[in-house]
Design a protein around this ligand. Structure first.
Ligand code: UDP
Length: 239
């Protein structure tokens, strides 16, 4: 199984990759490296939508585990994703890439609200659109936000750049014998509860036939390799 031709892509980056080698927060030097990869991908003629998580700053579940109200903690997590979006916007614009941030929580001093038609226009004009604040509601994650924006922006694929190089049959951090899939179906991911994205995000991609490509963004040049159909990755799609 290989990917269909990709003209427009949604790239989802976990918040934790923005930390670089730090334990928390944003490492501007590493964000600049990521931005350079995004720029290189754009220069191949792709239209790029970006969604960035917030796990390097705050996760709602972690707050709830320490006794916070879950919804309140989730709103804090969404605000973290806006900070990451602004950091990535800054890094891209320093490289001369035009961008717009659209947030699902309105914040008109710093970015636009999510307006699909406007986002279309930005892409037509060659801008990278960074979607922040996930779906704008608690009890979701930015994976669901990424799947939602990929569907509404009619992206040809959802690329999930994370710290692991694909989808495994068990957690490779705990099981040295874990096996990575080259390809796997949405239904297998859901039935076996494989750790790719949360179930709502996988189901949304399945229902809208959006292939999910899971790869490590920590390795330099990997985004370009994956877009060229090379490199190590797992593709989630129907068989
Ligand atoms: N979040 C949310 N609704 C959304 C997207 C995000 O409530 O639509 C909150 C949630 O608390 C989540 C946090 O924002 O834990 C950060 O996002 P996520 O965990 O997806 O970041 P990542 O793991 O990709 O860094």
């Amino acid at each position: 199984m290989s990917l269909p031709p990709i003209k427009r892509v949604l790239l989802k980056l976990s918040g934790e990759v923005l930390m670089g080698s730090q334990q928390f927060g944003i490492d501007p030097a590493f964000v600049a490296e990521l931005a350079a990869e995004v720029k290189a991908a754009k220069e191949t003629g792709l239209e790029i939508c970006l969604v960035i998580g917030g796990g390097n700053i705050f996760r709602g579940m972690a707050g709830a585990a320490k006794g916070m109200d879950r919804a309140q903690a989730d709103y804090m997590g969404m605000l973290a994703t806006v900070m990451n979006a602004l950091a990535m916007q800054n890094a891209l614009e320093q490289l001369g890439v035009q961008t717009r941030v659209q947030s699902a929580i309105e914040m008109d001093k710093v970015c636009e609200p999510v307006i699909r038609r406007r986002a279309e226009r930005h892409l037509e004009k060659g801008r990278v659109v960074i979607f922040a604040a996930g779906v704008g509601a608690p009890y979701f994650t930015t994976d669901s936000g990424a799947a939602l924006r990929a569907a509404e922006m009619k992206c040809d694929a959802l690329l999930k750049g994370t710290s692991v190089d694909g989808v495994y049959d068990s957690d490779p951090k705990h099981n040295p014998d874990a096996v990575r899939f080259d390809t796997v179906t949405y239904d297998r991911v859901l039935a076996d509860n494989l750790k790719v994205m949360d179930a709502s995000a996988v189901a949304l991609c399945r229902d809208n036939k959006i292939p999910i490509v899971v790869f490590s963004i920590r390795e330099k040049g990997n985004l370009a390799r994956v877009l060229a159909g090379e490199g190590v990755q797992t593709i989630v799609q129907d068989s």
